[in-house]
Design a protein around this ligand. Structure first.
Ligand code: SF4
Ligand code: FE
Length: 508
């Protein structure tokens, strides 16, 4: 068993022969493509930090299958401590990369399938869980990265999967035989897809009996015959081809390197199929996956906030206003919002519970609240970062103009700050704020792990409104208040009768 380093991971991608398209071209080498390299470097951090003695405790775990030390990104959580360490790992990686490090979607898919396959087998006498454990062991032993592929294109969203005019609107089983299944369709917006070793596909929604062909979960290597990837555009993405300074975060990415994955007659052997028709478990699988993923957002996005808050303070300081009361106020607002989201992530982890399979799940209500807060607060703290940065973040000249003899010196003078601050550093920091706050990171905070409406459905479903009504009825005196009766030592009716008599006696 080997824990890969960042370099090992990058080199391991060379062995994969996947079919990727980007901006009208077929990409021959993913690893050598400058448009992809920042994403790959970011995912590599999930490997590299597992070797750092300072971070090993949260970046690695002990496999419950083999007892071996593994990267936490391949671990099935088996305690509250595991859940807490997972979100700590998310915050750490956000701090180290300033962007989405992609590997969490696969991790959450592994955890959701571990718990759900166990329950399918318990009910139906199938053998999915044992198959899945074999796959998990393979992932752990080879230290692989999975692209968690959940979202289907979904066509007409008022129609169920089986009612769609185009069946490819949802990934589905076209054929089953003794050897395995053939699948067709697509998965959209898949984070880290082109730089993963495996794809782990899950259904995207709850399904009915007529949708059983769409109730499918499986794992395949990314270079399986019939799979094609189309890498998505991101705001200012080609700047990384123009100048590292203009790119803002040139070493790492803008967001998660999302791609469309197209499946055309893809064969999946039975040993890699973890659901094939059990439509009644789709809702549970989706909910478990979404819960794990929504819990992460108070970790990864708060890690990014640490970077943006640091950058905002740096910029204010470079311009001589770090001590101005309105700057301190804005930074404090940013910190308070970020730590609120962090508290949510910690809370849903500490309130986790053991599943039937023995693995641990986060508290789903609190995980959905975590993500809903993120959809609002990331916009708010990024708004404050713009406020502090000032107009320069949208009007900076390009690096080529700054370096142009004759005019470069004049530009540099115009962008000077406090004495002693290197002007190029001001450019770099403002570009970083721009990269993190203006681009695709904002809608990703909104829609990644599901849109706010999806979180509200879950929050409403799990809010326990009936219990809240009972509480109100008890306090209002509509329902018997046993504790009150114990406190006053008599039935409530009798108590009020006596009290009313006493009140009447009092002069008003
Ligand atoms: Fe991980 Fe956050 Fe990216 Fe989702 S958005 S894959 S949780 S870093
Ligand atoms: Fe995401």
């Amino acid at each position: 068993m080997a824990l890969m380093t960042g370099r090992d991971y990058i080199e391991s991608l060379r062995e994969l022969q996947l079919e990727v398209y980007f901006m009208g071209e077929k990409i021959t080498s993913v690893v050598d493509e400058p448009m992809f390299q920042p994403h790959i470097n970011t995912a590599a951090m999930t490997y590299e930090l597992a070797h750092d003695p300072q971070h090993q405790e949260i970046m690695t775990a002990t496999s419950h299958l083999t007892g071996e030390k593994i990267n936490r990104f391949t671990h099935v959580h088996h305690s509250i401590d595991d859940l807490v360490k997972k979100v700590r790992m998310m915050r750490l990686l956000g701090q180290k990369t300033g962007t989405c490090f992609q590997r969490c979607v696969g991790l959450d898919a592994l955890n959701a399938l571990y718990a759900t396959t166990y329950e399918i087998d318990e009910k139906n006498g199938t053998t999915y869980h044992e198959r899945f454990k074999k796959h998990l062991r393979h992932m752990q032993e080879k230290d692989l990265m999975s692209a968690g592929a959940m979202t289907d294109p979904r066509g007409d969203r008022s129609r169920r999967p089986s009612e769609q005019k185009n069946p490819n609107a949802y990934l589905h089983i076209s054929k089953k035989d003794n050897d395995g299944i053939i699948v067709n369709g697509a998965k959209a917006h898949i984070t880290g897809a082109i730089n993963s070793h495996e794809i782990i596909a899950l259904p995207t929604r709850a399904m009915g009996e007529n949708d059983s062909d769409f109730a499918v979960a499986f794992a395949v290597p990314v270079d399986t015959k019939g799979i094609k990837f189309v890498f998505a555009r991101q705001t200012n993405d080609t700047r990384r081809l123009e100048s590292p300074m203009d790119a803002g975060n040139p070493k790492y990415a803008i967001v998660g390197g999302e791609a469309l994955i197209i499946f055309k007659d893809v064969f999946v052997p039975w040993e890699r199929v973890f659901m094939a028709g059990e439509y009644e478990f789709c809702g549970q699988l989706v909910e478990t996956f979404a819960g794990h993923h929504r819990a992460n957002y108070g970790g990864c996005k708060v890690g990014l906030s640490d970077v943006v808050i640091g950058a905002s303070h740096w910029v204010a300081d470079a311009h001589g206003v770090a001590k101005a009361s309105h700057i301190i106020d804005k930074l404090t607002e940013m910190i308070a919002m970020a730590e609120t989201c962090w508290s949510c992530s910690l809370a849903c982890s500490y309130e986790g519970r053991k599943t039937q399979s023995g693995s641990y799940n986060i508290n789903p209500l609190l995980a959905n609240v975590t993500k809903l807060n993120i959809t609002r607060m990331v916009y708010e703290w990024m708004r404050l970062s713009h406020d502090i940065a000032g107009g320069k973040i949208i009007t900076l000249p390009s690096e080529s103009d700054i370096n142009l003899p004759g005019i470069g010196e004049v530009i540099t003078e115009c962008f000077e700050g406090k004495e002693g601050v290197i002007v190029n550093d001001i450019f770099k920091m403002l570009r970083l704020v721009e990269n993190m706050s203006v681009g695709a990171g904002l809608p990703e905070a909104m829609h990644g792990a599901g849109s706010p409406a999806a979180q509200k459905i879950m929050i409403a479903r799990r809010s326990g409104i009936e219990r809240k009504r009972e509480l109100a009825e008890t306090i209002a005196g509509i329902r018997t208040d046993e504790n009150f009766e114990k406190i006053v030592g008599k039935p409530e009716e009798e108590y009020w009768q006596e009290t009313k008599e006493k009140i009447k006696l009092k002069p008003r």
